[in-house]
Design a protein around this ligand. Structure first.
Ligand code: 5GP
Length: 141
């Protein structure tokens, strides 16, 4: 499948769709997932137009992982999560629903199940506050 320049994450990168950003640099963007599977669910994406892991250069993959690690540290501290799950889906068969590669950073707590994938919209005020907390931690990482 050819990369679709109008997928929602491409629009977020171009500033054509809103998002609660926690980090942005020349090559990478991180923002809150609007239908989080747990409190603090954050996404990290490269700005290069890659649908999945197989389209990324090794250098872009390494950069994506470097930024994901940094953002995950900040999410863990900001949301006070004992566990952090990192996930990344390739292809609809694997459950991918947005076809611009992204890393999921999903905080986990003992005994709290994940919410269904990409199902329920979060309260934007809550996302805004969480993004601010994560940004503040990122400034310290
Ligand atoms: P995938 O299924 O492709 O691995 O994950 C796509 C993720 O993007 C889902 O967790 C879903 O909640 C999230 N998502 C879908 N549309 C939007 C959107 O417009 N904004 C944000 N911030 N996240 C989105």
């Amino acid at each position: 499948m050819a990369y679709d320049n109008n997928n929602i994450f491409a629009k977020i990168i171009r500033g054509e769709a809103p998002s609660f950003k926690v980090h942005e640099d020349e090559r990478t963007l991180a923002f809150m997932d609007v239908m989080p599977q747990s409190e603090g669910h954050t996404l990290v994406i490269p700005k290069s137009p890659a649908e999945n892991m197989f389209d990324l250069s090794a250098d872009d993959a390494a950069n994506l992982m470097r930024v994901t690690q940094k953002v995950a540290v900040a999410v863990k501290r900001a949301i006070k999560a004992p566990g952090i799950m990192i996930a990344q889906l390739n292809g609809p068969e694997a459950g991918q629903t947005v076809f611009h590669i992204h890393m999921h950073i999903i905080p986990r707590w003992h005994g709290i199940d994940l919410k269904l994938h990409a199902r329920e919209m979060a309260d934007f005020e809550v996302l805004k506050k969480q993004a601010e907390l994560i940004k503040a931690e990122l400034a310290r990482v």
